[in-house]
Design a protein around this ligand. Sequence first.
Ligand code: PLP
Length: 222
Amino acid sequence: MIKQNIQTILSQLPGHVTLVAVSKTHSVEMIFEAYNAGIKDFAENKVQELIAKQPLLPADIRWHMIGHLQRNKVKYLIPFVHLIHSVDSERLLNQIQKEAAKANKTISILLQVHIAQEEHKFGFSTEEIKIFFEQSKNINSPNVSIKGLMGMSTYTDDESVVKKEFDTLKSLFDLIKLKHGDQLPDFKELSMGMSSDFLLAIKRGSTMVRVGSSIFGERDYN
Ligand SMILES: *Cc1c(COP(=O)(O)O)cnc(C)c1O
């Protein structure tokens, strides 16, 4: 089942788009099944769950953090995290810089932008993110590599709303690249699209889709 789901999704993805399997709430056995079907990129949204699963799974898995991250938990991710998608404040960036420097590492991140209508979703506003990039100290954190942007669309059946939000994020991505690209050689990733809207997201410029339920089935939070 998992293998079949993965094959179906992969057959729809252009070669330049990375499929990140969102494994939150799912067992180590299910993650193994996806791994054996060829997936190497997995994402979790809680630090506790991520650090519990990571040691039980193959070392060549690239672990992505996609949920809201508290500053006091950054240190647990530094030893192994591949990409943090959910950097939503300058203070969090500074904490990652500090912990990465301590470990003598470079940590790859995306900046999360709030594009949805829902209040509860995290991220910089489009205005805040422009200001963020105007400050050279943000761009030049020596132990942090800013790889791009991440966003989540509104949870709705109205495709025109989702399309507009993805277009907003893509325009912002292009603008930052244009203005600051010479200082940000690795600014290449646009993480947008989930089970319900990843095909739309790819049409609007996504390079990385985060897919959970279409691979693993519905989540059981109990
Ligand atoms: C859970 C989650 C996803 C995956 O959602 P599905 O609808 O199950 O594909 C993607 N991105 C983030 C940030 C998530 O928390």
